[in-house]
Design a protein around this ligand. Sequence first.
Ligand SMILES: Nc1ncnc2c1ncn2[C@@H]1O[C@H](COP(=O)(O)OP(=O)(O)OP(=O)(O)O)[C@@H](O)[C@H]1O
Ligand SMILES: [Mg+2]
Length: 503
Amino acid sequence: MTPLISVNKLSKSFPGVRALHEVQFELAAGEVHALMGENGAGKSTLMKILAGVYSRDSGEILYDGQPVAFASPREAQAAGIGIIHQELQLMNHLTVAQNMFIGREPRGRLRLFLDEDKLNGLARAILERMHVHLDPRTVVGTLTVASQQMVEIAKALSFDSRVLIMDEPTSALNDAEIAELFRIIRQLKARGVGIIYISHKMDELKQISDRVTVLRDGEYVATVPTADTSVQAIIGMMVGRTLADISPWQGPAHKGEIALEVKHLTAGPLVRDVSFTLHKGEILGFAGLMGAGRTEVARAVFGADPIESGEIFVKGVKAPIRKPSDAVARSIGYLSEDRKRFGLATGMDVESNIVMSNLGKFLSLRLFLRRMQIRKTASNFINLLAIRTPSATQPVRLLSGGNQQKIVIAKWLERDCDVLFFDEPTRGIDVGAKSEIYKLLRALAEQGKAIVMISSELPEILRMSDRIVVMCEGRITGELSASEATQERIMHLATQREVLQTA
Ligand SMILES: Nc1ncnc2c1ncn2[C@@H]1O[C@H](COP(=O)(O)OP(=O)(O)OP(=O)(O)O)[C@@H](O)[C@H]1O
Ligand SMILES: [Mg+2]
């Protein structure tokens, strides 16, 4: 049978970067084909070429056996190739429905006015088919990252594509939402749609994919049936070496003094009477479902959202924090989960982003020295976190998704805060770099930093935390020590809605 898509000897370079070199790839109808590789391996670039976003330098793409070259995403879409981009591309000021049907809105009888009711109806039908409870009239900018991701998926589904590319669709979804997405994928598969699936979550591979293709440094490594391969073998192909598994966190023997104490904090519907203490040298995990209020707690403590009531003590001293600069002045840092909106100046270059939150330190230096120091600092972090970039002066928006995330981490590490909130720090980060980041967080704790780690990946929370606080609907529903915590106990506390309502 002719494959749906067949890619041969495809190459693509950007200034200073060979993103793809003679890559091959094949997709059959009704197949879920996983595309794996480290951050910067070339996955998104390959997909963007298939979807008409980038043009190739050389090589061949056959679609249904016919050579094709799409000049624009619109052309690819019209031919039946849809893509869910890694970096969400929604218009924040438009509604869910408007985003889904942008550029092809149904018109009223005179074709002058938008038929909003019809638009909302169409959107609602797709959302309902996905079992997503979202009002099509909601303005997208007010949604969480998870809901925005769902809108992006709904939009791609609305095109009735024959090929659907999903570039890290689950990076911001919780387990229930992922299960829902997988159900949709299986439906599409049964209808003969070919799906290309990119993810850094290794456990998803086995659940959803039929075959796996691995890229490394822009080169094709292998294609294998998922059933015949182990996750370890795939990781080996991705990184070109075997990774040592990190042992579970033992934690410091003694608790250090209290670095941060939060008392009865209330701020909006998702932070209700939250109290916790954080010690020096400790990693405190914040677990809970998406939307439980973990990010909101971090934002409130950091001064990014207004506090209604409650108190914050930093090293035992009451600290009125009203804006982020108040928090930074008290050596509190917050690494946002939403790097596009809060974490990065994507138009600026790598080194400026890394030193940005700590400019004061550099401004005191003479110009020449300052340049040298900034360059040195940037190259330290580029090495430490293995950031894949042609140079320190590359604009951040041109880096791969995972490498952008590493820049956000570098930025806060450079700031050298005593208290650090890491909100989903390994989202979109490949397996190898993940274990580097785990090591780094541990090293920071050993140096006496106090760390809060918010993560939706339970294995990560379990492996890293000394203590785990679980939230549900804006409240802390329990606290577990590292030794008593299990996935089941966390999930139980994370879904305590009924208990709370009847109490
Ligand atoms: N528009 C661009 N201009 C310059 N370089 C680019 C551009 N897009 C991608 N690159 C570079 O090409 C390489 C491959 O990037 P790509 O985004 O395809 O990686 P990826 O495999 O999707 O990684 P990730 O897992 O981090 O998303 C990287 O080195 C990246 O910096
Ligand atoms: Mg990518």
